[in-house]
Design a binder for this molecule. Structure first.
Ligand SMILES: Cc1cc2nc3c(=O)[nH]c(=O)nc-3n(C[C@H](O)[C@H](O)[C@H](O)COP(=O)(O)OP(=O)(O)OC[C@H]3O[C@@H](n4cnc5c(N)ncnc54)[C@H](O)[C@@H]3O)c2cc1C
Ligand code: FES
Length: 373
């Protein structure tokens, strides 16, 4: 008889054990820390509510990236190709959360997901993951979120355009469609700075051989590309489809790439493509006309309203609120406002609802505001 030692991710509570972990009696006995805080000391993946994952494999496709294969615990509800998850890690004793888009198929079995993280020169989480991620490492996740997704009813033609690290959500869409045996046409246009920094090179070459309807073209913006030269243009689109007007188009990449695609689509009188960027937009703020004071009630700090988003005002006051995307997408910076009016810098909407949860990265005070920070 052979015996096999189970990995912690394979040890999942079942039946009575699971019901017991979820019981309000046990939760009451564990007060004030909650059951999860005790359970995690023994089995890190065996949490009653939180999503946790174990790193199964680590590979470096390029010197500036790391690709992690993770297996999430039972609380994970899966994802739709194109969505993102919040990934939390502890860096120098501080817990930081950043959004990352799974790059694998949404049909991957057993709670498996793949993340490819490109490093930023000063980036705390991206460099931490590149330098320290190892098999067996435990990573906290949120459930998947986001509207950058393929329609449930698959369109006849799909065009996927990406640049740099923005390849991840469209790679998930491509892998998902291929795994479904999608019979329509897929155009896949991707830009990297150079061959050395190009992600998923080998995988794309293999997928093209296996899927008749798939056309892939890659461009290197700082070198001559294998198929394309220079930055995005109308000619590049023709390399992967002759029917871009008919294709459901998804674009993920730096703002300049998104703007170029939008310009071509507008010239052709087409509906806006579905877009996502990982880079916060450059926004202008009226700092001269700012009035009132901002009170951070938990820390007891207070400052004159500078007119900047509350996240920046909190940082300027010496606080370090948790945040992720800094553009109102991931909800990591969500904070309780106890009083006052704020304006959303992206939508322009004014909210004076008094007590409410707000995303402080995109909320600017209009007069006095108090926050639970
Ligand atoms: C919806 C969504 C999905 C994402 N998916 C992925 C993904 O799949 N793979 C991936 O590699 N990244 C992805 N990102 C970006 C990722 O969340 C982080 O922003 C990135 O890893 C940098 O985090 P950091 O902690 O290393 O940098 P930080 O310590 O937060 O920042 C360090 C410096 O880098 C700059 N910086 C940070 N992020 C960016 C950026 N995106 N572009 C330009 N400058 C930046 C900051 O201004 C700062 O000066 C996604 C972002 C969003 C909003
Ligand atoms: S940091 Fe992502 S919503 Fe504010």
């Amino acid at each position: 008889m052979t015996t096999r030692v189970l990995r912690s991710s394979e040890i999942r509570p079942r039946g009575l054990g699971r019901r017991l972990l979820h019981s309000s009696l046990l939760e009451a006995l564990a007060y004030p820390h909650g059951v999860d805080r005790y359970v995690e000391l023994v089995r890190p993946l065996l949490l009653t509510r939180d999503v946790r994952s174990e790193v199964l494999a680590v590979r470096h496709q390029t010197p500036r990236s790391v690709t992690l294969t993770l297996r999430a615990n039972e609380n994970w509800r899966g994802f739709r190709a194109g969505q993102f998850v919040g990934v939390s890690v502890e860096v120098d004793g501080v817990r930081l959360t950043r959004p990352y888009s799974p790059a694998g198929s949404e049909h991957a079995p057993g709670g498996e997901l793949e993340l490819t993280v490109s490093t930023h020169p000063e980036g705390r989480v991206s460099r931490h993951l590149r330098d320290h991620a190892r098999p067996g490492m435990i990573v906290d996740l949120t459930q998947a979120r986001g509207d950058f997704v393929l329609p449930e009813c698959r369109p006849e033609r799909v065009l996927l355009i990406s640049g740099g690290s923005g390849i991840t959500p469209v790679m998930a869409m491509l892998r998902t469609l291929c795994e479904e045996g999608y019979a329509g046409e897929i155009g896949f246009l991707n830009y990297a700075r150079s061959r050395a920094l190009a992600l998923y090179d080998l995988e794309l070459a293999t997928l093209v051989l296996r899927h008749e309807g798939l056309r892939v073209a890659r461009g290197f913006t700082r070198a001559r590309g294998p198929e394309l030269t220079g930055r995005f243009s109308r000619e590049h689109v023709r390399a992967v489809t002759s029917e871009h007007a008919e294709a459901a188009t998804f674009v993920c990449g730096p703002p300049a790439l998104i703007d170029s695609v939008r310009a071509v689509w507008a010239e052709d009188g087409l509906a806006e493509p579905t877009v996502e960027t990982f880079t916060p937009p450059a926004l202008c703020f009226d700092t001269d006309g700012a009035e009132g004071r901002v009170s951070f009630t938990v820390s007891g700090r207070e400052a004159a309203n500078s007119g900047l988003p509350l996240l920046e005002q909190a940082e300027d006051a010496g606080l370090a609120p948790d945040h992720g995307c800094r553009m109102g997408i991931c909800n990591t910076c969500s904070c309780h406002k106890t009083a006052g009016t704020v304006r959303n810098v992206i939508s322009g909407a004014i909210s004076s609802a008094g007590e409410e949860q707000i995303r402080i990265c995109v909320s600017v005070p209009v007069g006095d505001v108090s926050l639970d920070l």
